[in-house]
Ligand binder design. Structure first.
Ligand code: GLU
Length: 291
């Protein structure tokens, strides 16, 4: 697929719920190399909007780990914890256009539909202790993922996502869309576990009149139990003292051509890998076994 004529702006957007692990390094590296191979910028956004799930010190550990792996971002780190006013303003816009609504449904009430909210309470006004949801409607969303191919999601399949939680915290779907636009992101390379979320995010981009972005969802690294390596499941933290080897392993998972023997520093390795980056060589499925 040909690249857009607009300048490429990519990003990595970790949540500080724990240190990076090899799975998050694979995602960071893929988005970094795709940006560099396209002579683009690579921005860093810390998605620190969920304090109950944060681990003290994790944001700094993540930044150090990226630096130790040579993954230097362009510009300043963008902190979502400082963005409440922008999120509130966009929510107000959605209320004005009648695309957001209050919802007091409990998880138990949604259990019969597997947690999917298809709008039963869309007209109930503003009850106490409510979340705010986006009205998705019947219009299907179609998009073309650079790796996973053409995608289509119908409203009935994805339901209405939460934009602000009952506890008053802004939800990931809202924050990610508002900030991708604020940072001028053109290209998102991230784990395939977020493929379905892209449909919500495209709905939201359209509802807010924001630019659309190109998506590339790469497979996730799974452990022996078949589950995605994650901070929540205590995947081992990256050992920064083995950064060169970690990067080589990440390149192997991405099925990129291995670097020649004479390459033995991190800057050389990253430079070489960006010059030989082949997106189409990444396995197109959803999982890569860690072992
Ligand atoms: N913060 C999300 C995570 O750590 C990633 C969000 C995104 O790339 O859109 O899983």
């Amino acid at each position: 697929m040909s690249l857009p004529s607009t300048p490429y702006i990519g990003r990595f957007a970790p949540s500080p719920s724990g240190p990076l692990h090899i799975g998050s390094l694979v995602t960071a590296l893929a988005s970094y190399l795709d940006a560099r191979a396209n002579r683009g910028q690579w921005l860093l956004r810390m998605e620190d909007i969920d304090p109950p799930r944060e681990q003290a010190g994790a944001a700094q550990i993540i930044l150090n780990s990226l630096i130790n792996h040579g993954l230097k971002w362009d510009g300043d780190v963008f902190w979502q914890s400082q963005r409440s006013a922008a999120y509130e303003q966009h929510l107000n816009q959605l209320f004005t256009t009648n695309l957001a609504y209050w919802c007091a449904c409990s998880r138990r009430q949604l259990a019969p539909s597997n947690g999917l909210h298809t709008g039963a309470c869309r007209h109930l006004g503003q009850p106490e202790q409510s979340a705010i949801r986006l009205r998705i409607g019947d219009q299907p969303v179609e998009f073309n993922d650079r790796l996973q191919g053409p995608q289509i999601r119908r409203g009935a399949d994805i339901g209405d996502p939460i934009l602000k939680r009952k506890d008053g915290l802004y939800a990931y779907q809202l924050a990610v869309v508002v900030d991708d636009a604020a940072q001028g992101i053109t290209d998102i390379v991230r784990g395939v576990d977020l493929l379905d979320a892209s449909a919500w995010q495209i709905h939201l981009q359209k509802a807010l009149g924001l630019p659309l972005v190109r998506y590339c969802h790469i497979p996730v690294i799974v452990g022996d139990d078949g589950h995605k390596l994650s901070k929540q499941s205590f995947a081992p933290a990256l050992d920064d003292s083995h950064a060169f080897n970690n990067l080589c392993l990440a390149l192997r998972y991405l099925q990129q051509t291995p670097p020649p023997d004479h390459i033995n520093t991190i800057p050389e390795l990253l430079n070489w890998a960006a010059g030989h980056w082949q997106l189409q060589d990444i396995p197109a499925g959803r999982q890569i076994p860690a072992h």
